[in-house]
Structures are given as structure tokens and as C-alpha cells.
Design a binder for this molecule. Structure first.
Ligand code: SAH
Length: 265
């Protein structure tokens, strides 16, 4: 497997409680010839138990990057896929594990891809899931669908390896060719902040309760997979709207000042 491409594939574990699960995940990653593990604010790490469960994959643990937020873990990624053990209230574009493996493998040829795993007890929060372009669900027993986190990670890593082997065997895996790289996760986050700020200024949404509208707009833009050029056009558009509001606010102020002045005369 191409080493540079493999470096573009990142398993992200959020707030993991048991170090044994981190060790087992490291082993799963190395077994499938992958290398990158990022831990978001792990509860107990580094830990003996993690090294013990990693067996011969201690190098993956040693090289694991530890960060304090999910945003940091995915900042430079052009594709983010969130794993989910159950269906959510707002449906999101959903991949099967096979599609997840193929898309991850194909896209990792050109940009970093993150697969995000949740807490052992309650998975990923809605806010975290909303940072993802796609969700992936392993279709387990509907009456008992929640896998151990490292088992779920193993399934996903296996699918990525299967995609790599399929391609190596000469079968072309293909998604749309595009002339621009996809927008990076941190640029998208800044765009969503800018968008929310502008919509509040326009009184289109209420500052205290922007939730549903912003969630739906996030879902729409994540579904489109904005590229870097499209994102910069949208940022420019928001800046123009904000400038327009600023100038018309000043104009109104000027008119009312003049009106008061003329009344005083
Ligand atoms: N009670 C939690 C279960 C979390 S399981 C919940 O309902 O969300 C811990 C993590 O393992 C999940 O966040 C996810 O990353 C992964 N996982 C477990 N089962 C999965 C499944 N069927 N499909 C995809 N990911 C799964």
C-alpha cells in the first residue's frame, strides 16, 4: 500500500475511556496496514493496558497524536466520516462500510480523510456528527447494534484495506473527478461561523436559537462537498452582505442624525 496515501487516512477516537480499547484499535490499524491514530482528549492515556492490548502495534501508539478537540483532529481533512451505532433524529448522508472503505481509499490519494469514533458509553454528540460529510453505520443486529469501539474500527479498517487490494488487483474505483480540492474542515467551520453571524445580523435567525436552521444548512453544504474555490466565493459573498448591512446601518444613522439636527434648528 502506498505509504503517502496511507498517511492520509486517520482514525480519530474521541474521549475514549478505556486504554485497552485504544491499544486494540492500534492493533487493528496496523493489522490492516494503516498507520495514523489521533486521540481526542483520551481519559487515560498513555497507559500500560493500552500497550499490552496493542501487542506488536506499540509503534502506532507511540506515534499517536493527542489533541484536545475534534476540530484540531480533523482541521486539514477534506473528507470526514462519522461512525454511528444508531440512527439519529436528522438523517445524514449515509455510507455502508464498503462504500466508506472505497471512498476513503480513493479520496486519500489527494487529501487527508478522517474516520471518527465516539465514546464507549454514548458515541458521538450531535454537534460532532454534524461536522461530518457522511455517517457510516455497520449494519449489526438491530436488537444489539452497538459494537465494541475497537471492533467497529477493525471493520472500517478492513474495508479500507479491501478497497486498496481491489484497486491493486486492477479494478478501478472511481468517484467524480474534480478540478479543485475539497474545502478543508477548519475552513468550513469558519464559514459556518461567518454564515451564522451574517444570518443573525439579517435577523433571519435568532441568535439565541439558531440550532435547526444552522444544522440544516450545515447538512446541505456538507452534502454538496464544497470545493476550496466555491467556499472562497461564499465567504466573499457573506463579506459583501455584511459590508452592505454596515453601510446601510451607517446611512440610517446619518439620516436620523440629520433629521434630529434639522429639528433642532
Ligand atoms: N451507546 C452508544 C454506543 C457507542 S459504541 C451509542 O448509542 O452511540 C462506541 C463507538 O463504537 C461508536 O461511537 C462508534 O464509533 C462505534 N460503533 C459501535 N457500533 C457501531 C456500528 N454498528 N456502526 C458504526 N460504528 C459503531
Amino acid at each position: 500500500m502506498n505509504e503517502l496515501q496511507v498517511k492520509n487516512i486517520r482514525m480519530v477516537m474521541v474521549n475514549t475511556t478505556h486504554p485497552g480499547n485504544i491499544g486494540a484499535a492500534a492493533r487493528a490499524i496496523k493489522n490492516m496496514a494503516l498507520t495514523e491514530l489521533v486521540l481526542v482528549d483520551p481519559k487515560d492515556f498513555p497507559a500500560e493496558k493500552a500497550v499490552w492490548r496493542a501487542a506488536g502495534a506499540a509503534d502506532i501508539l507511540e506515534n499517536a497524536r493527542i489533541v484536545s478537540t475534534l476540530d484540531e483532529a480533523i482541521a486539514d481533512c477534506g473528507l470526514v466520516i462519522g461512525t454511528s451505532a444508531r440512527e439519529r433524529r436528522i438523517p445524514w448522508p449515509l455510507l455502508t462500510p464498503r462504500e466508506c472503505g472505497e471512498r476513503t481509499w480513493v479520496e486519500s490519494a489527494t487529501h487527508p480523510v478522517a474516520i471518527v469514533f465516539g465514546r464507549e458509553d454514548r458515541g458521538l454528540t450531535n454537534e460532532e456528527l454534524q461536522k461530518c460529510h457522511f455517517h457510516v453505520h455497520i449494519p449489526a443486529n438491530p436488537e444489539y447494534s452497538s459494537l465494541n469501539i475497537s471492533a467497529a474500527l477493525q471493520v472500517i479498517c478492513y474495508e479500507i484495506r479491501t478497497a486498496a487490494l481491489t484497486e491493486a488487483a486492477g479494478k478501478e474505483l472511481h468517484f467524480d473527478d474534480w478540478d479543485m480540492p475539497p474545502a478543508k474542515s477548519d475552513d468550513l467551520e469558519r464559514y459556518y461561523e461567518h454564515l451564522q453571524e451574517t444570518l443573525v445580523k439579517l435577523s433571519f435567525i435568532n441568535q439565541d436559537n439558531p440550532r435547526q436552521t444552522i444544522t440544516r444548512l450545515r447538512r446541505m453544504f456538507n452534502r454538496i462537498r464544497l470545493d476550496q474555490m466555491e467556499l472562497s466565493i461564499l465567504r466573499g459573498l457573506l463579506t459583501s452582505i455584511q459590508n452592505y448591512i454596515f453601510h446601510s446601518d451607517n446611512k440610517i444613522q446619518e439620516l436620523s442624525d440629520n433629521h434630529l439636527k434639522s429639528k433642532d434648528k
